[in-house]
Design a protein around this ligand. Structure first.
Ligand SMILES: Cc1cc2nc3c(=O)[nH]c(=O)nc-3n(C[C@H](O)[C@H](O)[C@H](O)COP(=O)(O)OP(=O)(O)OC[C@H]3O[C@@H](n4cnc5c(N)ncnc54)[C@H](O)[C@@H]3O)c2cc1C
Length: 368
């Protein structure tokens, strides 16, 4: 029922704008409005904080179905979970009450600020600094590649509180867009997910109350990594949706397109490509849903499974979307058809929330 409901909404209210959002590289406002009106913009927020209380699998299905028509728009529910999960996992009751309710209502979005210009895969090498001053913390630094920066009201920011301790000297904070000293860089000009704003976040003597720290001092990096264990599954869901969208489009196209006097769907070479695409998508789906169940239960092998789902599904998305372009021939290579956008959008799923090389490092360290 959830899938049917999200699919109908996505096809009616999000799909019609997907090409324009990409072409104009603009925020998918129509998608945000449609998702918020239907309580699908941040489904993961627990009911006790005014949210829909969707479990990890339901959240995956929402993201998958939105990504099937518009990957950029799927980053609204996905990044709302990414940004707020540190608060849900490690925040005080007061922080949860204060920040989750506006998120659930649709009054505010949440972003996640871990990466920096010189600290990507090696996120613990970050330089953003938070220094205690009485009842406040003062933050200085630059966060890079921040999804929904400028659109979000709230930002989970990881910053160094003790430079001697490397990852154990990093703490997490909630920073608000309206805090003095917060500003944003120009939107990045990207290959894909062009509707999803990616900007730098500048923290210039940002003074925030001490109770904005998420969890204990020194636990920020652990919280950031624990968050990714859960949210990499949402990237797998996004990859899955993009791949399914490309397969669905190609499936329809091959029945219409005629060469050598018959639909190209009649050629075994084409049929085998479609079979392989569907097979890979289904394998990715099973791995992703199983990982979502592990996320919900907090199973001990979640770290491996989350990385495996993200890595596998994103590789599948890249292969399947590339094959979809192939199946449309020259037409697939043009912006008159949606599959080239899907191919460009798929690429990011192999890069963010840890590149697929990093996923393999994570898997190797946590072999089942
Ligand atoms: C569109 C977009 C949105 C993003 N959104 C966010 C966000 O909202 N919040 C956030 O915090 N970050 C975000 N990111 C950042 C993203 O997570 C990083 O780009 C990613 O982790 C890679 O870091 P990097 O770009 O510095 O690449 P690098 O770390 O410089 O990696 C370059 C290459 O080296 C490889 N490499 C690095 N180390 C190793 C190793 N040990 N072994 C093998 N290979 C290695 C990588 O796999 C990669 O191929 C976003 C990025 C993009 C492009």
């Amino acid at each position: 029922m959830l899938r049917d409901a999200v699919r109908s909404l996505a096809e009616a209210k999000i799909a019609p704008y997907a090409a324009a959002v990409d072409e104009e590289a603009r925020f998918p406002r129509e998608a945000l409005d449609a998702l918020t009106a239907n309580d699908l913009h941040a489904v993961h927020v627990p009911e006790e904080y005014g949210g829909a209380g969707a479990d990890a699998l339901a959240t995956v299905i929402v993201i998958e179905e939105v990504a099937r028509v518009c990957a950029s728009s799927s980053l609204i529910p996905a990044v709302n979970k990414l940004g707020s999960l540190p608060v849900i996992l490690s925040g005080s009751e007061a922080l949860k009450k204060k920040y989750l309710a506006p998120l659930a209502k649709g009054d505010a979005m949440f972003s996640y600020c871990l990466s920096e210009p010189d600290a990507g895969s090696d996120a613990a090498g970050m330089k953003t600094r938070a220094v205690r001053d009485g009842d406040t913390w003062v933050l200085n630094g630059v966060k890079r590649w921040i999804t929904n920066a400028g659109e979000s009201e709230y930002y989970t920011v990881m910053a160094v509180t003790d430079p001697e301790k490397r990852s154990k000297g990093i703490s997490a904070f909630v920073v608000e867009k309206s805090d003095e000293g917060v500003s944003f860089g120009a939107p990045e000009k990207k290959l894909g997910i062009k509707g999803s704003p990616t900007r730098e976040v500048y923290l210039d003597d940002v003074r925030i109350p001490a109770d904005r720290m998420i969890g204990e001092e020194g636990t920020g990096f652990a919280t950031a990594m624990k968050t990714l264990d859960h949210t990499r599954i949402t990237i797998a869901a996004q990859a899955l949706g993009i791949a399914q969208g490309a397969l669905d489009y190609a499936k329809g196209y091959v029945k219409e397109r005629k060469q050598f006097g018959k639909p190209i769907a009649d050629f075994q070479g084409v049929q085998f490509m479609l079979a392989d695409m569907a097979m890979k998508i289904e394998a990715a789906r099973q791995l992703t849903y199983a990982a979502a169940a592990k996320s919900e239960r907090g199973d001990s092998d979640l770290t491996f499974q989350g990385a495996a789902a993200k890595c596998f599904a994103s590789d599948v998305a890249m292969e399947v979307t590339t094959d979809a372009v192939q199946l449309l021939g020259g037409y697939g290579y043009t912006r008159d058809y949606p599959v080239e956008r899907m191919m460009r959008d798929a690429k990011i799923t192999q890069i963010y929330e840890g590149t697929n090389q990093v996923q393999r490092i994570v898997m190797a360290r946590n072999l089942p």
